[in-house]
Write a protein that binds this ligand. Structure first.
Ligand SMILES: [Zn+2]
Length: 252
């Protein structure tokens, strides 16, 4: 007689634990909590790769190789100030677990399927990095808000949407499980910046001409919640959470 094996199945037992760090919650952003207490310097201490936004929704954030870029609604891109603060960001120290060539002229839906086929299970987190040439890429950039802050769905209607054609750059972000709804953005959430670091934003749609996709599996999520009065008072469980996420992040 043998004792039952109480361990996990071998397919996952060998996985090396890897942490993803996040400050605040997507549901807090949706509720208009646009000011956080974490600085860019503190955030970079938690990871050299990632995305987010800045206090007051002052542009889209992308972090690549330990450098944080601020992409503002005037179309400009600049290195973020280390003492700038963020109300929402997700970072990790990217370690490439899987690297694969992107089939030529892949659409967003094609690459979504490719990433799904490369990953072990939809139940983990994945940092994803696409490097190469894009036939076209459409991005949006949130606009700096004035107080009193409105809910995010009311701010994204007249935001700047730009399409760049024949551009090389990096698209970086996270593939997040559906159970993270409210914590983060379920599905693929990626930001783009071009090689010259002059153009970019939150990615809505694209066609990638050629390049590489890299995937980094995350097993651990560390959440750091703001110790602000506004966060403490926020409504983080609105009835229409899914609808608001789609309207603000996917423009569906
Ligand atoms: Zn975004």
């Amino acid at each position: 007689m043998t004792t039952p094996d109480m361990h996990a199945t071998p397919v996952t037992r060998h996985l090396v634990r890897h942490e993803v760090f996040q400050t605040s919650l997507m549901s807090a952003l949706l509720d208009g909590i646009y000011d956080g207490e974490m600085t860019v310097a503190e955030l970079l201490g938690q990871g050299s790769f990632g995305l987010g936004t800045f206090n007051g929704l002052d542009g889209e954030m992308i972090i690549l190789d330990g450098r944080c870029w601020q992409m503002r609604s005037d179309g400009g891109v600049r290195p973020a100030k280390l003492d700038a603060r963020t109300p929402f960001a997700v970072v990790t120290n990217f370690v490439t677990d899987i690297s694969e060539a992107v089939p030529e002229h892949s659409l967003r839906s094609d690459l979504s399927k490719l990433v799904d086929s490369l990953t072990l299970s939809p139940n983990y987190l994945y940092a994803v990095r696409f490097t190469g040439e894009f036939d076209w890429i459409t991005t949006r950039t949130v606009r700096r808000q004035a107080k009193p802050y409105r809910r995010m769905v009311e701010t994204t209607d007249n935001e700047l949407t730009l399409t760049f054609e024949h551009v090389t750059g990096v698209m970086g972000g996270f593939r997040t499980p559906v159970y993270e709804q409210g914590i983060s953005v379920p599905g693929c959430h990626v930001h783009f910046v071009d090689d010259a670091r002059t153009r970019g934003g939150h990615v809505l749609d694209f066609q990638m001409a050629s390049g590489t996709v890299e995937v980094c599996l995350g097993t651990d999520l560390r959440l750091s919640l703001p110790r602000t009065h506004e966060f403490a008072e926020a409504d983080l469980a609105p009835a229409n959470l899914e609808d608001e996420l789609q309207r603000t992040e996917s423009h569906r």
